[in-house]
Design a protein around this ligand. Structure first.
Ligand SMILES: [Cu+2]
Length: 127
């Protein structure tokens, strides 16, 4: 199965895996396989993510469980090549593992109204 068809198959199941690469976080790495780790629930609602600050430890595997409640929002963590469409009524899970400390901004990338530009947050990876 190609990476693309695997990804769309996973997406149908409500699972989105972030792509691995040279970024600070790697999802689906061998160590992360089979582990959900801590589950962090994030609610997306005009015009805020709750929580909008997420703290994880370097090396920790966590699953972000993202849920839009009022409108189709987007979740984009560009530094880490993570993005997902958040459809009201669905939970999208993204498994990530921190390999490098830092602060990484995330934002809504589906225009959702007047204060859309303010809909953002920070992933903080501590050592
Ligand atoms: Cu939004």
């Amino acid at each position: 199965m190609s990476a693309l068809s695997r990804r769309s198959a996973l997406k149908r199941l409500g699972i989105v895996l972030a792509s691995a690469g040279t970024m600070a976080l790697v999802a689906g790495s061998p160590r992360a396989q089979g582990q959900a780790g801590r589950i962090i629930e994030i609610e997306a609602r005009r015009f805020r993510f709750t929580p909008n600050e997420i703290k994880i430890k370097r090396g920790e595997v966590v699953t972000l469980a993202l849920r839009a409640v009022d409108f189709p929002h987007g979740f984009n963590l560009p530094d880490l090549s993570i993005r997902a469409d958040l459809i009201p009524g669905q939970v999208v899970t993204v498994r990530i593992q921190a390999v490098q400390p830092g602060r990484f901004a995330f934002l809504c990338d589906n225009f959702c109204g007047e204060h859309h530009e303010e809909m953002s947050g920070t992933l903080i990876v501590d050592t």
